[in-house]
Design a protein around this ligand. Structure first.
Ligand SMILES: C=C(O[C@@H]1C=C(C(=O)O)C=C[C@H]1O)C(=O)O
Ligand SMILES: [Mg+2]
Length: 461
């Protein structure tokens, strides 16, 4: 596309010191497509971008370039480590009233104790970025900020260069006719460990009947080989159009993209209130409106699915009782209908009782029994033993927080890691005493659909 004006990348190498300054500056632009801005960013920072849209479609974020990256490979304390470093950075923040709070975006791996050589090798236990260029679309306003973190006292020149880059990116996003369509054929589909998955579900139901655990979520992976390199913006474009009710996310790391469309909020903190969601228990969508309603009724009344669901409600509500006042949880679940599947859904909310930040919630909640199991530690051991894969960032928290302490993390399901001409897709389900391996296997196919469709793949069933 175009030449590179400058390279702001060296800036992120400063370590936080008393001399560190965190500059930010926001301009409001007219309406601008978030994905056009994302794609404009490829000309300068091809592998340093992220994309986020919440399920209500009230907030869209795009990040381009890295003003700073935070990561760690810790097993213990990884959540608080990121929290503390972010607080340190924020204490160096210099901003005016009109400026938007800078954003930290990223995610955690599912289980630090169960990694190993895999497609996830370059994803540490925690990985977060402060973008050099941050787009925030909220309340009908499109705001673009520059973030710069430096300990150089004469940084004004660097900041001027970033302003030039910002204007270049905005202009490109406004005028360039990007073509997001991509036709990329799938050459092969490999169901990784299909037999192992079926055996795992059988073994786990036995363990549960023997009283070793109450619920364990077992997942599996699909590996797709494409004709040519998958284009990041194209899959984000398709999935955003096709999954209107879900969160959309994309996080680049090295030359890979982790993306997906998840319906599941882990935690949102907004103006002193906390929100979470219990999403567990599933059935397919009907072929007609009548069948769809009948399936929904069946799900609401199904004992096995209600049991899967109730474990999640129990755990999330006890965490909320711990950290919040005035906790509100409906007594019975409702239906969450998304394009490919219906889930049992119970929203949870409370008033923040103490000074707790979003990472405290992430640490306490992850993994909920929607992705781990009950009891958590037993479930994680069984998952490690039975699944035989590194979940990487699948089923783990992904999201953002800002300098004011607001933020939101979703659970990264209905997701895929893309590397060049290959895609790895992940899906699982909650196993309880009455689970049936074939039905669970079918349920994973339904859960592969959103990402499979965005990648242009054929759908089973
Ligand atoms: C594990 C996944 O989804 C979870 C499992 C569900 C279930 O088993 O009913 C439903 C929603 C999610 O909490 C996935 O999509 O991979
Ligand atoms: Mg299920």
């Amino acid at each position: 596309m175009s030449h590179k004006i400058t390279d702001a990348r060296t800036i992120k190498e400063v370590t936080i010191s008393p001399a560190t300054r965190f500059f930010t500056e926001t301009v409001e632009v007219g309406r601008l497509s978030a994905l056009s801005f994302f794609e404009a960013g490829a000309s300068l920072y091809k592998n340093e971008r992220f994309y986020w849209q919440n399920s209500e479609k009230t907030l869209t974020l795009v990040g381009i370039g890295h003003a700073y990256t935070l990561s760690n490979d810790k097993i213990a304390n990884r959540f608080m480590d990121i929290s503390e470093k972010w607080k340190q950075l924020c204490s160096a923040l210099i901003k005016e009233e009109k400026d938007v709070d800078p954003i930290l975006f990223g995610g955690f791996s599912f289980d630090e104790e169960n990694r190993g050589n895999s497609e996830w090798d370059e994803y540490p236990s925690a990985y977060f970025v402060v973008p050099s260029f941050q787009m925030k679309i909220e309340d009908g306003k499109t705001l673009i900020s520059i973030n710069m973190i430096t300990d150089n006292k004469e940084a004004a020149e660097d900041f001027d260069r970033l302003r030039e880059e910002r204007d270049y990116l905005i202009h490109l996003a406004q005028v360039e006719e990007f073509d997001f369509a991509d036709s990329n054929a799938i050459l092969s589909t490999n169901e990784r460990n299909k037999e192992q998955y079926i055996d795992a579900v059988e073994n786990v139901t036995k363990s549960i009947r023997n009283g070793k655990a109450d619920k364990v979520v077992i997942a599996r992976a699909l590996e797709l080989q494409f004709e040519h390199e998958i284009i990041d913006v194209s899959v984000l474009h398709s999935i955003s159009n096709e999954q209107q009710e879900s969160y959309h996310f994309g996080l680049q790391k090295g030359d890979s993209l982790f993306f997906g469309a998840t319906p599941e909020r882990l935690i949102q903190i907004q103006d002193g209130k906390a929100y979470s969601a219990c999403v567990a228990g599933s059935i397919r969508r009907g072929k007609t409106a009548v069948e769809d309603r009948e399936l929904g009724e069946e799900l609401l009344g199904d004992r096995k699915n209600r049991e899967e669901h109730q474990y999640v409600v129990g755990m999330i509500s006890s965490i909320f009782e711990n950290y919040c006042n005035e906790v509100r949880i409906p007594k019975t679940p409702k239906l969450m209908k998304i394009r490919d599947i219906q889930h049992l859904y119970t929203p949870v909310e409370g008033m923040l009782g103490q000074e707790v930040d979003i990472f405290t919630f992430v640490e306490a909640l992850h993994p909920t029994p929607a992705l781990g199991g009950v009891p958590t530690d037993v479930a994680l051991t069984i998952i490690g033993k039975e699944e035989g894969m590194d979940r990487g960032y699948y089923a783990a928290p992904i999201g953002w927080t800002d300098a004011a302490g607001n933020g939101e993390f979703a659970v990264a399901i209905r997701s895929s890691l893309i590397k060049g001409d290959r895609a790895y897709l992940y899906a699982g389900g909650g196993i309880v005493a009455d689970s049936n391996p074939e039905q669970e296997y079918d349920e994973t196919w339904v859960k592969f659909r959103p990402v499979l469709r965005a990648l242009g793949g054929k759908l089973n069933g």
